[in-house]
Design a protein around this ligand. Structure first.
Ligand SMILES: [Zn+2]
Length: 431
């Protein structure tokens, strides 16, 4: 836009006006005054309005481009709201949907319909002009689910294990549910090893989700057995690494003793311990799962037959009578906390009575969501945690596609912790 001096200069040039012509003085004075009138009354008004329109439609185009992956009908609906009210409605809807942990597992119209009513009641408080727009909101939410789910495939399916990649692909093909969109804030809690954590962090980064170091220790205290979880510690802490190494050795010695007893008794055959180690490349911790992997790889047993073999060798009365060396809860808690982590009692089924004493030792949290806990136990543990300001966690443990325990309780999606619980630990809200 021109300034007034520029405008007069331009008009003067157009009219070939010579202000030094004395004879034309009064006429020139009138022309110059007209320029000023023209500038303020016409030029300024029209260009401003024109520019406003251009800017506005540029803005709308930009927004339309932002929503380019959406179906035309819902996209134009959102653009028209932006046009009329200046609000980018997809942001408001996204923020509300984010509160629903299970949204990315939805795939039926009735699920989308139900969440759209829920969303409507919240949305209408912020954007009252959306009154009576429930049908468009439903369509938008359904399409939002599709667009956001697809977005998580942008970099392909990351290689975690072949089974998991296969599971992700099949679930998408069958249900249009992308498990990568559902996943967030992942923690790996291997038994007595932390060597998988860098790999977890690498994959989490590819997926664009948060991750946290974790571990699980088998401990003995007051003649009872406890599993103690550690979260968010320094994986390079030397004392913790020594402790991990020691517990790993306890477990391996025990598994090997049972394995060799099986060979001796003839309940296992055709394989040596060296082969078990060799057929689990990179593995440093061995329980009956690793024996199974090796025997399946050697063709000695089929995966589905393993239950009986495992029972005879690793869960028999004899097996239970072979003691395993174990650390105390005190040692586990010390090492986790010493490395800056949070110590949590894992799957406390039937262990409610110990909670107070374990808290005295230094336990800071309870695993309240786990396939082995009854509904009543879960409620009691959650109350206890709230009352004592303990962290609440959840885990899939040995279930789902990664674990050995498939079947009725292999529903990993329902045994994780909520994002708030994850953030509570991350932000150390109690200490
Ligand atoms: Zn456990």
């Amino acid at each position: 836009m021109l300034s007034i001096e520029e405008y007069i200069a331009r008009r003067k040039k157009e009219d070939r006006l010579n202000e030094f012509d004395i004879d034309a003085r009064s006429q020139n004075l009138k022309i110059c005054v007209d320029y000023v009138f023209e500038y303020f009354n016409n030029y300024l008004n029209t260009t401003e309005a024109e520019e406003r329109t251009v800017l506005h439609s540029e803005k709308l185009d930009k927004y339309r481009k932002q929503l380019q992956d959406y179906e035309p009908e819902v996209r134009e609906w959102a653009v028209s709201i932006y046009d009329e009210y200046g609000k980018q409605v997809h942001r408001y809807i996204g923020n509300i949907l984010r509160e629903n942990e299970l949204f990315f597992l939805y795939n039926t119209d009735s699920e989308f319909r139900s969440i759209s009513y829920d969303c409507y009641t919240k949305l209408i408080k912020k954007l009252p002009f959306l009154k009576d727009q429930t049908e468009m909101l439903f369509l938008f939410i359904k399409d939002y689910h599709r667009v956001q789910s697809q977005k998580h495939f942008e970099f392909g399916v990351p290689t975690i294990t072949e089974e998991i990649s296969d599971w992700i692909n099949k679930t998408w093909a069958k249900h249009q549910v992308n498990l990568l969109a559902f996943a967030y804030d992942v923690v790996l809690t291997d038994h007595d090893v932390i060597s998988g954590i860098p790999e977890l962090m690498r994959v989490a980064k590819i997926l664009g989700i948060e991750s946290m170091p974790g571990v699980e220790f088998a401990c003995k205290q007051w003649d009872a057995y406890f599993h103690i979880l550690g979260f968010d510690f320094d994986i390079d802490n030397p004392e913790l690494n020594e402790f991990v190494e020691r517990l790993c050795e306890y477990r391996n010695n025990h598994t090997r003793a049972l394995f060799e007893a099986g060979l001796k008794r003839g309940t296992l055959s055709g394989i040596t311990w060296e082969e078990v180690v060799e057929l689990n490349p990179g593995c440093r911790w061995f329980c009956n799962d690793q024996v199974r992997t090796a025997m399946v790889a050697k063709g000695l047993v089929r995966r589905e037959e393993w239950g009986a073999v495992s029972k005879a060798n690793f869960k028999s009365e004899y097996a239970l009578s072979v003691p395993m060396e174990m650390a105390s809860v005190e040692e586990a808690v010390y090492n986790i906390r010493n490395a800056g982590g949070i110590a949590v009692l894992a799957h406390p089924a039937g262990q409610y009575e110990y909670v107070d004493r374990l808290v005295e030792i230094g336990i800071q949290g309870l695993e309240v969501s786990h396939p082995s806990l009854s509904r009543e136990e879960e409620i009691a543990l959650r109350q206890k945690a709230k009352l004592n300001k303990l962290y609440m966690t959840g885990g899939t443990d040995h279930t789902g596609p990664m674990g050995g325990c498939m079947g009725a309780h292999a529903v990993p999606a329902y045994h994780g912790a909520l994002e708030d619980d994850y953030l509570a630990i991350k932000n150390r809200i109690f200490s």
